[in-house]
Design a protein around this ligand. Structure first.
Ligand code: CAA
Length: 381
């Protein structure tokens, strides 16, 4: 067993760290404060191949694989968790086309998504269908030469800026998850518009909107995969998405630890640096131990994906553990900073708010436990 990253993986991590340090970190607090979605930076990320990292080079991607993707995403999240979710969802949006798209769709969309010429988003959630997307109600009626789409999607990451939407809608009379299909919908298609923008607790430099579809005609050739396969396509895409969110949570946790150490060494109380107190040391030790464990959980899931092995359970374990860790670590980091951590002048205040979403989106912690348990029970059948 090798615990070594390849030279290429190390280079990708370094490139992302350098990019994040120059392009994200300096403006991250201001973008958060003013809710600025950094389209210019996202464009540069596309040019660097950061938005199509798992797409092979024959389809315009970086062909870097899941391990490199996770390493890069961590570095982006360390500097700016908002931009990390943008990166995660952009990469997730390439999965349905890569795995199920036909050659025309790959040439028309995947190539451009992978090269950052187009930005993709993923529209599954509806007002009445969050943890249970199998119950979604958006309709896509088969009208011979097109599908007619009606309904509303909510909580769509960078939906306002996306050029194409991976849309999951109901095509069949079959109940639940078996009657869903996946489509690619282009921005500007008549009947498709962006609804209200959400005012969020954290990740304020990421964009979250409603997408509205009213008698929207989508050409037949924009169906991705077979009719009725939409739920499985979404679940397969989410498996990859979840290692992305785990990596985002790990980046946040690492930032919590580094901010805590820096502050604890500089802050003096009772005549000495608070880092000399055991209570503070234990908090730091807990964060660092969690980071080590999370790192291996994420690498294990990503490695399995790169090997073509099943990784649904491992992705959920990585997401569950690391997102919970990010929240605990943000709590501890703020505690170490005391009153100062409660102020917007300190990075931990932002980390505390940003961490919160990670146990919720792309499947809550409760859904991750359900996925893990179901897979385990299947393995022991
Ligand atoms: N890979 C392939 N197939 C899968 C699969 C996977 N990971 N998971 C399920 N399936 C298949 C099943 O094998 C089953 O197939 P058959 O019909 O042939 O038997 C079918 O899909 C239905 O599966 P289930 O019976 O398990 O479905 P369910 O309705 O019980 O739901 C669930 C399972 C795990 C709870 C799922 O609904 C789920 O993951 N919910 C959470 C949704 C979620 O994560 N939403 C995130 C929104 S996107 C987002 O947040 C992005 C963002 O902007 C940040």
């Amino acid at each position: 067993m090798s615990f070594q990253l390849t030279e290429e993986q190390k280079m990708v991590r370094l490139m992302a760290r350098d990019f994040a340090g120059k392009e994200l970190e300096p403006m991250a607090a201001q973008r958060d404060k003013e809710e600025i979605f950094p389209m210019d930076v996202v464009k540069k990320m596309g040019e660097l191949g950061l938005l199509g990292m798992m797409v092979p080079d024959e389809y315009g991607g970086a062909g870097a694989g899941a391990v490199s993707y996770c390493l890069a995403l961590q570095e982006i999240a360390y500097a700016c968790a908002s931009t990390a979710v943008t990166m995660s969802v952009a990469n997730l949006s390439t999965e349905p086309l890569l795995r199920f798209g036909d050659e025309t769709q790959k040439t028309r969309y995947l190539l451009k998504l992978a090269q950052g010429e187009l930005l993709g988003c993923f529209a599954l959630t509806e007002p009445g269908a969050g943890s249970d997307p199998g119950s979604l109600s958006m309709s896509a009626e088969d009208k011979r030469d097109h599908y007619l789409i009606n309904g509303t999607k909510v909580f769509i990451t960078h939906g306002q800026y996306a050029d194409v939407v991976n849309l999951i809608a109901r095509t069949g009379p079959e109940k639940g998850s078996r009657g869903l299909s996946t489509f690619i919908v282009e921005k500007g298609t008549p009947g498709f518009s962006v609804g209200s923008r959400e005012d969020k607790l954290g990740l304020r430099a990421s964009n979250t909107v409603e997408l509205l579809f009213s008698d929207c005609k989508v050409p037949k050739e924009n169906l991705v995969g077979k009719p009725g396969a939409g739920f499985k396509i979404a679940m397969i895409a989410l498996d990859s998405g979840r290692i992305g969110i785990a990596s985002q949570a790990l980046g946040i946790t690492r930032a919590c630890l580094d901010e805590s150490i820096r502050y604890a060494k500089g802050r003096k109380q009772f005549g000495k640096a608070i880092s000399s107190f055991e209570a503070i040391q234990w908090m730091i030790a807990d964060m660092a131990t969690g980071i080590e464990a999370a790192n291996w959980l994420i690498l294990s899931a990503a490695w399995r994906k790169d090997q073509g092995l099943p990784f649904t359970k491992e992705a959920s374990m990585a997401k569950l553990f690391t997102s919970e860790l990010a929240n605990k670590s943000a709590y501890l980091a703020l505690q170490i900073h005391g009153g100062y951590g409660y102020l917007k002048d300190f990075k931990v205040e932002r980390l505390y708010r940003d961490a919160r979403a990670t146990t919720i989106y792309e499947g809550t912690s409760e859904i991750q436990r359900l996925v893990i348990a179901r897979n385990l029970l299947k393995e022991h059948a």
